[in-house]
Design a protein around this ligand. Structure first.
Ligand code: DON
Length: 304
């Protein structure tokens, strides 16, 4: 067996029986997921991709879309303009908090829901279809293949998304969202409902790790500076109100999603995708975090 494959399979086995937590119950379609799935994929600088476990399982990208849509907004508008609408400070609050900076209505950062919705609103439309199409096309370039939306998950998100809609309306009242709230919030629900595998997630993380260049296709998807900006925000904010303890334990920039996906990267070295649907109280994959903690130990990858 290939040694990298064997090592990753070993790390997977180390955490297999250490699951805890629940599926994301607030979105009915996610609550119907198969809870025992477990998968891991790693990509290196020359595009060598190794995937182990349930690597063919597709799941929705959820909040792992947020850093990539932030990247697309930075590319479209430039950093100064984007930062007029969203901050880059850790919120220390749960992912769905009403995080509107006093006075300005600007959300704390683009990786919590409020900030992500504001960021989605910055992607040029006009209208839902154009905005969603642009986001799907952008996410696909990060993954190096044509991604699709899971229409059942999208319908489920939209049917239960009143809190996100409320955040959208609050931000519109502060001028952080311009135009129709539904054009922005529905585009956000659609971006969360994009289907990926752990290999896609690893390639997407790798594209950030390798200065915006997709390690599989060789395409320069975003500038090196945008990649650096996104990784910086992931480092301080990617795991919500668990970002500090994550940095202490694992020491890698990361982003989670409520379907159980988790991505992490070591700049210039590798991109990782992980999938295990049961979540802890912060909405982060329980075994996904353990897997990355093990990987960080085994490869000595803590940044500090
Ligand atoms: O906004 C929501 O509720 C979801 N569609 C995405 C949230 C999410 O993934 C939180 N992360 N762990």
């Amino acid at each position: 067996m290939d040694p990298i494959h064997a090592m990753l399979a070993g790390v997977l086995d180390d955490v297999r029986d250490r699951d805890a937590g629940d599926l994301a119950g607030y979105i009915p379609e996610l609550a119907a997921a198969e809870p025992d799935r477990l998968a891991l994929a790693v990509i290196g600088p020359r595009g060598r991709l190794t995937a182990v476990g349930d690597a063919d399982s597709a799941f929705t990208i959820q909040s792992m879309s947020k850093p990539f849509v932030f990247a697309l907004a930075l590319e479209a508008l430039g950093r100064d303009e984007v930062l007029r609408f969203v901050g880059v400070e850790p919120s220390g609050e749960p992912f769905n908090a009403i995080s509107l900076e006093h006075g300005t209505g600007r959300p704390a950062n683009p990786l919590i829901n409020a900030g992500a919705i504001a960021t989605t609103g910055l992607i040029p439309g006009p209208g839902l279809d154009a905005r969603s199409g642009r986001i799907l096309e952008g996410l696909s370039r990060f993954a190096g293949r044509r991604l699709t939306v899971d229409e059942s998950v999208y319908a489920s998100e939209s049917a239960t998304g009143d809190r996100n809609r409320a955040l959208g309306h609050l931000m519109r009242s502060h001028g952080v969202i311009l135009g129709e709230v539904s054009d922005t919030v529905e585009a956000y629900f659609r971006q969360c409902s994009v289907l990926v595998t752990v290999s896609d997630v690893a390639v997407m993380a790798g594209t950030l790790a390798f200065g915006g260049r997709n390690p599989l296709t060789g395409e320069q998807v975003i500038s090196e500076r945008t990649a650096r900006d996104v990784i910086s925000v992931m480092t301080s904010c990617g795991m919500y109100d668990a970002s500090g303890s994550w940095l202490l334990r694992v020491g890698l920039p990361a982003k989670s999603g409520v379907a159980g996906g988790l991505l992490a990267l070591a700049p210039s070295q590798f991109g990782v995708g992980v999938f295990s649907p049961r979540l802890d109280a912060h909405g982060n994959s329980t075994r996904g975090q353990l897997l990355l903690e093990r990987l960080s130990d085994v490869f000595g990858m803590h940044m500090f």
